[in-house]
Design a protein around this ligand. Sequence first.
Ligand code: SAH
Length: 283
Amino acid sequence: MSDSLALPDKNWPVLEKGWVWLCGAGPGDPGLLTLHALNALRQADVVIYDALVQEAILDWAPQAELIYAGKRGGKPSAKQRDISLRLVDLARAGKRVLRLKGGDPFVFGRGGEEAQTLVQHGVPIRIIPGISAGIGGLAYAGIPVTHRDVNQSVTFVTGHDQSGNVTSSLDWVAISKGSQVIVIYMGMKHIARIAASLMEAGRPASEPVAFVTTATTEDQQVLETTLGSCVDDVAASGLEPPAIICVGRSVMMRQVLDWQGMAEGHAPRDLDPLGRGRPAETA
Ligand code: SAH
C-alpha cells in the first residue's frame, strides 16, 4: 500500500520519539487526508483516534498500536483529561504519538485543550490541520460554504456546550443578524431549540436548511428542508448524527452543484437557483 502512495519529494518532518502530533483526519473520505497526515500515520508508534475517524485511515499505520478514545457501543467516552494525560504518558515513555481527530483538530475538536495540556507538561507537539466537516462535508453535498451571491461571512457554531446543553453563551440574535450562513456542528440533539431561537431572532421559517450526515463517506445522506419544517423532517427522515447543518441560501446552490447526484446521472434541478438570470461568472 505504501508503495502505491509515495509521498512527493520534500523533506517530510520526522515524528521523533517523545513527540505528539495532533492531526486532523478530515471528515471521513480517506482521500481527504493531508499528505502530512499520511506522513504521520506511517511513522507513529501509537495512534490515539476518535470515533469520527474512519477505520480505513488507520490501515495506513499498520505498524502502530491503535488506541480508541471515543464513544462506542453506548459506553461513555473517555474523559478529556484522561486522554490528554495518556498522551503525556505515552510521550514520556518515548513513543512517537499520533493523536488523530476527525475533521480539523482545532475546530470544535478539543485539540486546543489537548495541545495546551501537552505544552504545559513540556511535551513537544506539532499540529496538522485537516479539512473540517463544516467546509468539506458541505462541499461533498454540493453546498459551497461561501458564494458571492449569498454570503460574505459564515459563522460556525456548536450545538451544545461541555455539559451537553444548548450553548448558553451563543447570542442567536447577533448570529442571525450578522451572518447570512450559519454552519452548526453537533446540532442534531438540540435542533428544535436552535431552529426556534433562529426564527425568534428573525430568520424566516422558509429559510433553506440542509442536514448532511456522515458526510464524505459512502453513507452520506443529505436532507434539504427549511427552518420551519426541519424538526419534523429530521424526525421523519430517521437521520442520525454525526450531522453538519447548514442554514442559509447557500443550501439552494445544491440544486445546481450536487455533483455526486450528477455523477450518478441526475440532471441539475435548477441551473440558476438564486434567480440571477445570468451566468455566474459574468459578475
Ligand atoms: N473537529 C471536527 C468537528 C468535531 S465536533 C471537524 O473539524 O470537523 C463533531 C461534530 O462534527 C459532529 O457532531 C458533526 O456535527 C460534525 N462532523 C464531523 N464529521 C462529520 C461528518 N463526516 N459528517 C457530518 N458531520 C460531521
